[in-house]
Design a protein around this ligand. Sequence first.
Ligand code: FES
Length: 115
Amino acid sequence: MANVTFSSPSMKKDVTVYAVAGDTQTLLSVAQAHKIPVHFECENGECGSCAVEVMVLSNKTPCAVALTEKEKAVLRLSGKITPEQIAQAENADTPPPYRLACQFIVRNEDIVVKF
Ligand code: FES
């Protein structure tokens, strides 16, 4: 089970929800299920409107970072990720600072999501 804490100036307070381990939901799906107002348009990794800042809280070895090709392209074009951060994510599982909520699969690690 993972705690996912959503934080935004558009919400009165931070909201923490629980994502069940083994689920393969996107972060956007988790947000929608809990009525968290993460902005989105295409839901397909193409528009970049769902870009969120993600911070991993756990002290465990980070889960493998799986950036989709769409996610890499959109985040690079919007200036939210550098080629070096992509390489670090792919080679050393170092989480990049921004992800696309519609592409990010929630796994068994506690995270804070800012949007
Ligand atoms: Fe368009 Fe996520 S909603 S990239």
